[in-house]
Design a protein around this ligand. Structure first.
Ligand code: BGC
Length: 767
């Protein structure tokens, strides 16, 4: 174990960032002077140009796409591009901006570098399942190194939208349903992308998106309205953005949706009052793809000019792709509809980011790269494998003939591998594969073949079906392979490009096509089945959970999918991932999340596995035809070993609200975690808090801390968490963010549904 840690440590060293860039570092007095000098020389058209962004690569939304922008660059009419990659390609345009435009202001080249660039890591929901901010930071650092080598200095990542509804396709792009974990992940990505100093040649400006409330799309349908109280907005949806800002995020992207009736791309409350006023954000805000033009269908602008004016005045600085700033801002200014001071401020923010990136001093990317797919860095590949291994969530591992199905026993001589995702390299690269090449992705089939060859075993492979077809012609072959095997591995799930991420909301959370029928046919052979789920969202696999002895949630693991899976399944390493999004039993439970408010009619103690038998069972908050509990709760994940938690210890049973509010006091809570099994393992220890007696109803439980332990068999470790103002304050009835007198319950455990409990009191000031 120590050896494993040592090797991980060495790998980590080069990719870890100790101190991050801060908001206060934007715009030193010297930079501000240079910006002011530039502004004095700029024409209105040149100012507007800094606020214009176009796609110069493959479009990632509806509309325009590629055009020849060279003339516009020479006239200073474009400030940034997205989608263009390659040092030679970006430098060619940069040369026009720097050497042929009047003021020589450099361009920024942006791209969606989401979960890797050339080396593709697991999708963000998988990365979050590691609960390991250092690994995530290292992945972001590696992606930044690769992308900057090809001219990119700005990524539209991280997506920090809280997602509580698995129907929403973009749940795959974020960290899941929890604001505390989401905030930790947001900061980790920002640190990783931006490095120690944004001016370093291998730093990428981060972009926290989509601000705000995009993940709360009603009914999980992408782009749909989000409507919520300010309390919910502030306590659930905003914290990851604030965390990204605190970590120094250079940019924020405004969202497509309406938030409480106001399109997020024209919302002064979020874009100006909160972001700039309260959080002191110094960077720039870019709209999402054509989101400014979408203010017209949203109904708050009758024409393009009004849409442009509303977005700018609300606080959007850069217009991605709609062209409305370019077409209308100069005229609006001349007509007095937009004050020049507002335009200048937006330009200042853009220039600040360009200065911070060092683009005025070093506008060009080194042209060592040929544009051809470079050989992947072995350190990045090793990191990709490690993160993949740590992202898998073991959902179920039952005994079959006396011993747990996993790790795969040496008695297993013949394995049947079935399913459309067993040998699908493209899908392993997930929802935003960047410049990843499927040729570099090792599938489960390829890795398993090698493993079985080494062990003298036999692998039978039959695809069985496609991801989304009705034709069952392949079933017989799959059933035949299964019947001959000691173990059947079914690799099933969703198609990443078409069923996950943007514009890919699903009303059904089952296995697409006829994969469920294939699974049932295979299970009917009586052979032990391990189901591996490749998906970008939790799926309601209720039948499988009842009928299949072992289940692994693999997400989309990236380039090292196969080796990572084989090493984990065969026990070379352990499972350690835990869910960051609740897995539903059925779609009707959505939105489903653990940190919900209670009700006046809780269903505690009622048997929800059967319909209500009397009024006491009926008039509670429940479904008459489904349980309330998820199939697998937030924070859940099994291991090859077991961990036990000792009763909790508190250093205080009463603490005053005043002392907490003034940060003069805190409560310490601890437990001892023991590896009571026979293998080394990682345990993600989770701390949850609930409060009663407060001025507003509080969530039954909320995650307020987590820690990863690595324990050898028999080893114990004490874990202590501190509960202070940050963990205990909330938005009270008067919308003050304070700690109130309360009875507090604390849980420390392996997931959101289990754990040891203790209680303490936050006392009121004496009258
Ligand atoms: C997406 C953003 C993305 C942008 C640029 C939009 O369609 O919503 O997340 O960053 O395109 O590709």
């Amino acid at each position: 174990m120590r050896q494993i840690l040592a090797s991980l440590g060495a790998l980590a060293l080069s990719l870890i960032v100790t101190s991050a860039f801060a908001q206060s570092e934007f715009g030193s007095p010297e930079v501000e002077r240079r910006i002011a000098a530039l502004l004095r020389r700029m024409t209105v058209e040149e100012k507007v140009g800094q606020l214009v962004q176009y796609s110069a690569g493959a479009p990632t939304g509806p509309g325009t796409g590629r055009a020849d922008y060279r003339g516009q660059i020479a006239k200073g009419q474009v400030g940034s591009f997205l989608g263009l990659t390659g040092a030679a390609e970006t430098n060619a345009l940069q040369r026009i901006a720097v050497e042929h435009s009047r003021l020589g202001i450099p361009l920024i080249f942006a791209l969606d570098v989401i979960h890797g660039y050339r080396t593709v890591f697991p999708v963000p929901l998988g990365m979050a399942s590691t609960w390991d901010t250092q690994l995530v930071e290292q992945a972001a650092r590696a992606a930044a190194k690769e992308a900057t080598a090809e001219g990119i200095r700005w990524t539209f990542s991280p997506m920090v939208d809280i997602a509580r509804d698995a129907r929403w396709g973009r749940i795959v792009e974020g960290a899941g349903e929890d604001p505390y974990l989401g905030s930790a992940m947001a900061a980790a990505y920002v640190r990783g992308y931006q490095g120690r100093n944004l001016a370093d040649a291998d730093s990428l400006a981060a972009c926290a998106k989509h601000y705000a409330g995009y993940g709360a799309a009603e009914a999980g349908r992408d782009y749909n309205a989000a409507d919520m109280s300010e309390r919910t907005l502030r306590q659930t949806y905003l914290p990851p953005f604030e965390s990204a800002v605190k970590a120094g995020a250079a940019t924020i992207m405004s969202a497509f949706n309406t938030l409480n009736g106001v399109p997020a791309t024209a919302d002064p409350m979020t874009l100006t009052k909160i972001l700039r006023g309260e959080w002191k954000f110094q960077g720039l805000v870019v709209s999402d793809w054509q989101a400014i033009a979408e203010l017209i269908p949203h109904g708050i602008a009758l024409d393009e000019a009004t849409a442009a004016r509303k977005a700018l005045l609300a606080g959007v600085d850069v217009d991605m792709e709609s062209g409305l700033f370019q077409r209308h801002l100069s005229e609006l200014l001349r007509a007095g509809a937009v004050p020049e001071s507002v335009l200048d401020e937006a330009v200042r923010r853009v220039l600040r980011v360009k200065f911070a990136l060092g683009l005025f001093d070093r506008p060009y990317a080194p042209e060592s790269s040929t544009g051809a797919q470079p050989k992947l860095d072995p350190a990045h590949l090793e990191l990709a494998r490690t993160i993949a291994e740590r992202s898998f969530v073991l959902l179920k591992n039952e005994k079959v003939s006396g011993s747990a199905l996993l790790p795969v026993s040496s008695k297993v001589k013949t394995v049947a591998l079935v399913g459309p995702l067993a040998d699908d390299a493209s899908n392993m690269l997930g929802s935003w594969p960047g410049k990843g090449d499927p040729k570099n992705a090792i599938t489960l089939k390829a890795a398993l073949e090698q493993r079985m060859l080494q062990s003298g075993g036999r692998l039978l492979y039959a695809k069985g079906t496609e991801i989304n077809i009705a034709n069952d012609a392949g079933f017989e072959e799959a059933v035949k392979a299964a019947s001959q095997a000691d173990l059947v591995i079914a690799a099933l799930g969703e198609d990443a490009p078409s069923m996950t991420a943007e514009a890919a909301s699903r009303a059904h959370l089952d296995l697409p096509g006829n994969q469920q029928q294939l699974l049932e046919r295979i299970a009917a052979t009586g052979k032990p089945v391990l189901l591996i789920i490749f998906s970008g969202r939790p799926l309601a696999l209720t039948w499988a959970a009842a009928h299949v002895p072992a289940m692994v949630q693999a997400w989309y693991p990236g380039v090292q999918a196969g080796p990572a899976l084989v090493r984990t399944l065969f026990g070379d390493t352990n499972f350690s991932g835990k869910l960051t999004a609740s897995v539903p039993r059925s779609v009707g439970q959505e939105p489903l999340y653990y940190n919900a408010l209670g009700t006046g009619r809780p269903a505690d103690g009622v048997d929800l596995t059967r319909p209500p038998a009397n009024s006491a069972e009926k008039y509670v908050s429940r479904y008459i035809d489904e349980q309330n509990a998820p199939l697998f709760p937030f924070g859940f994940g099994l291991s090859y070993t077991q961990f036990t938690y000792s009763p909790l210890k508190l250093n205080e049973t009463t603490v005053s609200a005043r002392a907490l509010n003034s940060c003069a006091s805190s409560v310490r809570v601890s437990t001892t975690v023991t590896n009571s099994g026979t293998r080394m393992g990682w345990e993600i220890v989770q701390l949850y808090v609930g409060q009663h007696g407060t001025s507003v109803a509080r969530q039954i439980k909320e995650l307020k801390g987590f820690r990863t332990l690595v324990l050898a068999p028999g080893e114990s470790q004490n874990v202590e968490f501190q509960l202070s103002r940050d963990e205990l304050a909330f938005w009270n009835i008067d919308m003050h963010h304070i700690v109130e007198p309360a009875e507090v319950s604390v849980w420390i455990g392996p997931n959101s549904a289990q754990g040891q409990t203790a209680h303490f009191t936050i006392s009121a000031p004496k009258l």
